[in-house]
Design a protein. Structure first.
Length: 609
């Protein structure tokens, strides 16, 4: 959740009635709340404004639902809807802070006797944070379908038919990369199974060299959004088992593919639950309109399940879209998301937006999950968009969304809040032993973990994240950090996700080595050039300079890569054509080793975090 500057911006750019009410209502309680908070021991500087920022977000969402004008009482049902909207609109790492902030504000109202509503309402609002029971969502009359009727409803959706086609294509198994993605050669057939026309590029081809045409040419399965979503849902529903080199159907998948099997309905329903979770919450992106679209989409689906008439034309009405907090980009993304669900049969969009009876339980499960109790050991949904080339990786639980409100009210881990005081590191990262040199200059927040740094370096140099890696601090006999759950051949590795950049490189001039692909052995020297002041608005990482296009995967390391470039650009070399084909070069085109676009790298990094 962005902090500090949003509050002041809201005061100068309010246009809607609900926004004006938000400013007036929160301003009315802010002095008393600040005084109450400042009596807390050890309260960090700026924490009061951060807490008020969360209250403003809640008030803004709440006032769009009810004609209230104060934040000293809440109708429990509308309060729950408002919290769901706020949570869906924020980044996952800020979710727990939101719940802690709102709970703190409710404690303030209770202790200072500032609550102006009924005690029954206050108690009911608090149950959203502490109730271990199953939450209820009034307003939805779930259809009473027989098992046969529900299965017929499932089978009528294109989503289920495409899923069956994909599972049949996988059949006895298919080859996958070390990251669990389908091989490039298989993308065209897999995409066709789910109703998409796309094909994989030749290995080694760079983005600017992809041919133009009517068929989308991609460098990864994850660049085919529908295929990526369905793949993630299949994994989450345990219908496929992705191993180190192959993917197989599970027994559950064989049940799903067997007409008449008594458990077929259960397997199909589980997949739909998982797919809907991916479709709504799966895209964790830096851009604010992604959260906006997710919040609006879950609200639309929920309202449609209540039987309310939502005109489909609302998706194209600027005033209606603006009223629910969508800018142009958010509105466009919402339309794309809703059109996708319509194409797959999960909603209908005639004159009004409706949810088919068989799909309503999946929507209810998704909404209820926003307030479901989540024990500390529960996995929940793990949807990490932008983790290397796997934007939809992770296990899925349709009954546990990214937010875990009850758990959030009991703990606040280090990752729940960005460190607004984290200095910015200016790094120079150079690939060792290459001539001409290849390097990048990066600005990275010092609270970035080494796991974050792995992704930053992968995307800065154009690697595809398909080999092992390690960080080493202190020279050849120094401390080694690597990914958890990977085997190390000759040393003990510490978990890279448990250590920050600032923690392992505390001073200017410090350096570490990042090695990628222990076969080709690409060594990157990461050096701290400067430590700059903190900037609360700074992204986790951005690129400010560099030189040279990154090498291609599996090119044989420094010696192999140098040979490939030399031979591919030498008209007289006998192996020239073979190397040029391997590089994906067209006739008359040379491989430009100096090509580099820092803005393109920054855009990629922005999408990661």
């Amino acid at each position: 959740m962005a902090k500090n500057n949003k509050g002041s911006k809201a005061r100068t750019s309010t246009t809607s009635v609900s926004e004006r009410r938000t400013v007036l209502a929160v301003d009315a309680v802010a002095p008393a709340f600040a005084a109450w908070c400042n009596n807390m021991p050890g309260l960090p500087e700026g924490a009061v404004e951060d807490l008020l920022e969360a209250v403003r977000a809640l008030a803004s969402a709440y006032f769009k639902l009810v004609p209230a004008s104060d934040v000293t009482s809440f109708e429990p049902y509308a309060f729950g809807q408002a919290m769901a909207a706020v949570v869906a609109a924020e980044a996952e790492e800020d979710t727990e802070f939101i719940f802690v902030a709102i709970r703190t504000y409710l404690f303030f109202l209770e202790e200072t006797k500032g609550w102006t509503g009924s005690l029954e309402d206050l108690a009911e609002v608090f149950t959203l944070f502490y109730d271990d029971g199953e939450p209820t969502f009034p307003g939805i009359d779930q259809p009473e379908l027989t098992a046969e009727e529900e299965l017929v409803g499932f089978e009528a959706t294109p989503l289920v038919r495409r899923t069956e086609a994909l599972l049949r294509w996988i059949g006895p198994g298919a080859a996958v990369t070390s990251t669990g993605a389908l091989k490039l050669k298989d993308i065209e057939a897999a995409a066709a199974a789910v109703g998409v026309v796309a094909r994989g590029a030749k290995a080694g081809v760079k983005r600017g060299q992809l041919p133009e045409g009517r068929i989308a040419t991609v460098k990864s399965m994850y660049e085919v959004p529908l295929l990526a979503k369905m793949w993630a849902a299949l994994e989450g529903a345990r219908l496929i088992d992705v191993g180190a080199t192959r993917v197989w159907l599970t027994p559950s998948a064989r049940i799903l593919l067997e007409p008449g099997h008594p458990q077929r309905r259960e397997m199909v329903g589980s997949f739909i639950n998982h797919f809907l979770a991916v479709a709504v919450f799966g895209e964790q992106d830096w851009a604010p309109w992604v959260g906006q679209a997710a919040a609006a989409q879950i609200s639309l689906l929920y309202t449609a399940c209540t039987g309310a008439d939502i005109p489909a034309s609302a998706l194209t009405e600027p005033e209606a879209l603006k009223a629910v907090g969508l800018d142009d980009a958010g509105a466009q993304l919402l339309r794309e998301r809703m059109n996708e669900l319509s194409e797959l049969g999960l909603i209908t969009m005639g004159e009004t937006i409706a949810v088919p009876p068989a799909v309503i339980p999946a929507v209810v499960a998704l909404v209820q999950g926003g307030f479901a109790n989540d024990d500390e050991d529960s996995s929940g949904i793990d949807l990490d968009f932008g983790a290397g080339s796997e934007p939809f990786s992770g296990g899925l639980d349709p009954f546990a969304p990214p937010a875990a409100p009850a758990a959030a009210s009991r703990k606040l881990p280090r990752s729940a809040m960005k460190n607004l005081n984290a200095p910015i590191y200016q790094l120079k990262v150079s690939l060792n032993y290459l001539s001409p040199p290849i390097w990048r200059r990066l600005l990275v927040r010092s609270d970035a973990t080494l796991g974050d740094m792995h992704l930053i370096l992968q995307n800065s140099f154009g690697w595809e994240n398909c080999h092992l890696h390690a960080f080493q601090v202190g020279g050849r006999r120094g401390v080694v950090y690597g990914a958890p759950d990977t085997e190390s051949y000759d040393h003990e590795e510490l978990d890279e996700n448990a250590y920050t950049l600032g923690g392992v490189l505390p001073a200017e001039g410090d350096f570490m080595e990042y090695t990628y692909d222990f076969g080709d052995n690409w060594e990157h020297l990461v050096k701290v050039e400067k430590i700059l002041p903190a900037d609360a608005q700074a992204p986790l990482a951005r690129c400010t300079g560099g030189r040279g296009r990154g090498p291609v995967e599996d090119s044989g390391g420094v010696r192999g890569w140098s040979t490939i470039i030399e031979c591919g650009n030498d008209p007289k070399h006998p192996e020239r054509e073979r190397y040029r084909e391997w590089l994906g070069l067209n006739r008359g085109e040379n491989f430009d080793t100096k090509a580099f676009d820092k803005d393109a790298v920054t855009k990629v990094l922005a999408r990661l975090f």
